[in-house]
Design a protein around this ligand. Structure first.
Ligand code: THU
Length: 129
């Protein structure tokens, strides 16, 4: 896995963030098992609630294109280390606990976790079988 390239894509996606209310820009890049990368940025709304995070934008783009198997997601935001929010952790969780979550400050500085580390003892699709 080319983690540096995934981080680069997240940094590029961050430039498209539509965040006129918070002023906080986030970018994400999601790697599929067949090597494709889907990017996302946060998109805010004047009525606030419809706001979607960068991670979920990327996941929505990928799933709506028929992708379901994800290897990793890189995230970068305006704070030094921008971790995925709880809703995004749960959304990533839907597609696997082993997905690697890369939290990036720059192309050369990033930290790596598994989704399971960020969302332990989670509820997921297996619970509904
Ligand atoms: N945001 C994300 O895009 N991802 C996260 O995981 C944390 C929060 C966005 C949502 C909102 O547009 C802005 O950051 C401030 O919360």
């Amino acid at each position: 896995m080319d983690k540096k390239n995934l981080v680069k894509k997240a940094l590029e996606a961050k430039k498209n963030a539509y965040a006129p209310y918070s002023g906080f820009h986030v970018g994400a890049a999601l790697l599929t098992d067949n090597g494709k990368i889907y990017t996302g940025c946060n998109i805010e709304s004047a009525s606030y609630t419809p706001t979607i995070c960068a991670e979920r934008t990327a996941i929505c783009k990928a799933v709506s294109e028929g992708e379901r198997k994800f290897i990793a997601i890189a995230i970068t935001g305006d704070s030094e280390w921008t971790y995925p929010c709880g809703v995004c952790r749960q959304t990533i969780r839907e597609f696997g606990e082993d997905i690697v979550v890369i939290v990036a400050k720059s192309e050369d500085e990033y930290k790596e976790y598994t989704l399971k580390e960020l969302l332990p003892h989670s509820f997921g699709p297996e619970n509904l079988k």
